[in-house]
Design a protein around this ligand. Structure first.
Ligand code: SF4
Length: 614
């Protein structure tokens, strides 16, 4: 098969059995790869109602047809499973070099089933696949583990790992790779930990067959030149997402003090320029990237090396927990990376705990010490308690929604999450389309699927018409990149044209997709993952899409948007418009007609078999 590794590797950790199956060409054509494959496999193979941390859950690792090819930035891989953080469809993508290696080993999909009885790691060298003992690695940090395995196996292996947080089933544990790249969201590291898999190490030595090698080479060169010619390439490359905090603050979108405000005094100290001066050792990119955004840093006062912090980390650890010293944020980023914690969720949960303490909802006795915004010792203490699941950390390890329900009082109003997933780094009371994007994201409040703050600025935030349409358009384009194995940041950040991708996909795979076809497939997956959530939760629908009460009951406390609030009336207008355009009912559930139109008849049958009324 052109453009693909050509195989699905299935490993049952309970029995130790392994199977290599050829990738069905029809599956490739209809679901493209990565997110498309993950959604289809999880729909087909998971029984509704299973425990996300039980052996019945499956961890699916998949990449797409452009990964490992000459197409720029083809270095993305995703992990998917039923999420222990949300109880619905979970998925998270990451860069680095392991996607390409997986293809060179001949795999588009690796499925981990069952659970091992003792710590292990997966060793893959082409078709030599072994489940190896990992007792010497268990308990080690995620980055330390990668280093130890590189020393053991050699530099040719690309490795992804979990840290102690994943081992102890913290609900927002991530999967790490390449010394600082993470699949951070929805607890994919938690699922890996529940299977007692500490790492996956891959070395591949095979070629990827291409439908038209000459045309792919020419197109790859053209795309590379096109990226290099973009005006803002230098700015992007110099700072990556670390260049964003000052802009986000100036427009009043920087989450501050657990989203009470959207403006942080002293935010200029978190700027990418300051980070570059004080900490950056070198730029670092994923496989084939023409615009490396990774910033590898040495944090001198703490004597540690870390990749980043990136924007989301600076927003959730910096702004949300009131740190204005980039070296402190860098150090806390390092700790999260070693412990194997998603920095978005960790910063969100800890900001929440600090506010609970300030309000007397969380006492000194419960917390085990005093907690204060902007206090490094408080943050570090909570982080370590969470990763060890000790004391208050055991409650916070379950995520912000669960912690709020346990602590009681008004805590749930300022637990900043949707569907149980902690909110990404944009305060959006003044950005209604972005608010809608995070409300309706199939994973919970995450920026991966759609991010539309610039649309709110361009069109005006008081104009509500057209917002839902924009969000839907983005929810098809952005996750499309998570189907082809390519980074989307060239399109998002340097303005590289979308039109290149159908053409290059044709040269790589031989499938004659139009741009419209590709967006339709991306849309199909959107309906499938919504249906997945409904299959899991009989009461699923509109009530799961609302943001926390803070956003519609409390005004922004400072900065350019001080006094702003988003009314319930506005939220309902946005949701109504969104559901109508999606072809869903007023409760936000996919209709029979829409599912049939998308070719998802098997979904209709299964939903009906589960007692859902369509
Ligand atoms: Fe990786 Fe950044 Fe390049 Fe994307 S832009 S491929 S995330 S280095």
């Amino acid at each position: 098969m052109y453009g693909y590794g050509g195989n699905i590797l299935r490993i049952n950790l309970t029995s130790g059995e392994m199977h290599i199956q050829p990738l069905p060409p029809e599956m490739a054509r209809q679901w493209i790869g990565q997110r498309g494959f993950i959604a289809k496999i999880l729909w087909d193979e998971l029984k509704p109602g299973i425990d996300p941390l039980g052996p019945e859950n499956k961890l699916v690792m998949s990449t797409g047809p452009l990964a490992g090819t000459l197409v720029p930035a083809g270095g993305k891989v995703s992990f998917g499973a039923k999420s222990p953080a949300t109880g619905i469809y979970g998925e998270s993508c990451m860069g680095g070099h392991i996607a390409a290696e997986m293809k060179y080993a001949g795999y588009d999909v690796i499925i981990l089933e069952g659970a091992a009885s003792r710590p292990c790691y997966i060793y893959i060298k082409d078709n030599q696949v072994e489940i190896r003992d990992a007792s010497h690695l268990w308990g080690k940090g995620a980055i330390q583990t990668e280093k130890a395995l590189k020393d053991e196996l050699g530099e040719a292996f690309q490795i992804c790992t979990i840290g102690p947080a994943g081992e102890r089933l913290v609900k927002y544990a991530c999967i790490s790779h390449d010394f600082g790249r993470q699949a951070g969201r929805t607890g994919m590291g938690t699922v890996m930990g529940s299977k007692k898999v500490k790492a996956i190490a891959i070395c591949g030595q095979q070629a990827i067959p291409l439908a038209d090698l000459k045309a792919t080479v020419e197109k790859g060169k053209e795309m590379l030149k096109g990226c290099f010619a973009k005006e803002n390439l230098d700015e992007w490359q110099n700072y990556g997402t670390a260049g964003v905090p000052v802009w986000a603050n100036n427009i009043g979108a920087f989450p501050t003090k657990n989203f009470q405000s959207s403006y942080l005094e002293g935010n200029e100290n978190l700027d990418g320029k300051v980070m570059r001066e004080k900490m950056v050792v070198t730029d670092k990119g994923c496989f084939g990237c023409p615009s490396p955004c990774g910033k590898y840093c040495y944090v001198k006062p703490y004597n540690v090396y870390t990749e980043g912090p990136e924007y989301e980390t600076t927003a959730l650890i910096g702004g949300n927990c009131l740190f204005t010293n980039i070296e402190q944020v860098g150090y806390l980023n390092y700790l999260c990376d070693e412990l194997g914690l998603d920095t978005i969720s960790a910063g969100n949960v800890i900001g929440f705990a600090m506010e609970c303490f300030e309000k007397g909802i969380l006492t000194k006795e419960q917390a085990g010490r005093e907690l204060k915004f902007g206090d490094l010792a408080s943050f570090q203490y909570l982080l370590e308690k969470i990763a060890a699941r000790e004391g208050i950390g055991n409650i916070l390890a379950e995520g912000v929604k669960y912690a709020a329900e346990q602590l009681g009082g008004d805590a749930i109003k300022f637990a900043i999450q949707v569907k149980g997933l902690e909110w990404s780094g944009y305060e959006s009371r003044s950005a209604p389309s972005n608010m809608l994007a995070y409300m309706t994201c199939d994973l919970g409040a995450h920026h991966n699927r759609a991010w539309s703050v610039t649309h709110d600025i361009a069109v005006g935030r008081r104009v509500l018409e057209g917002k839902a349409q924009k969000v839907i358009e983005l929810q098809h384009i952005r996750p499309f990149f998570d189907m082809i194995g390519c980074c989307r940041l060239q399109w998002v950040e340097i303005g590289f044209e979308l039109a290149h991708y159908p053409e290059v996909l044709r040269y790589v795979t031989g499938f004659d997709y139009t741009q419209d076809d590709l967006m339709k497939i991306s849309e199909k997956v959107w309906h499938l993952t919504r249906a997945f959530a409904w299959r899991e939760l009989a009461d699923y629908g509109r009530k799961y899409d609302y943001p926390p009460a803070r956003f519609y009951e409390e005004t922004v406390t400072g900065g350019p948007n001080a006094g702003d609030i988003i009314s319930m009336e506005t939220l309902d207008f946005l949701l109504d418009d969104y559901y109508r355009l999606r072809g869903w009912d007023k409760n936000g559930l996919p209709t029979r007609q829409k599912l049939a139109q998308m070719g998802l008849d098997f979904v209709i049958e299964e939903l009906e078999a589960c007692g859902r009324k369509l």
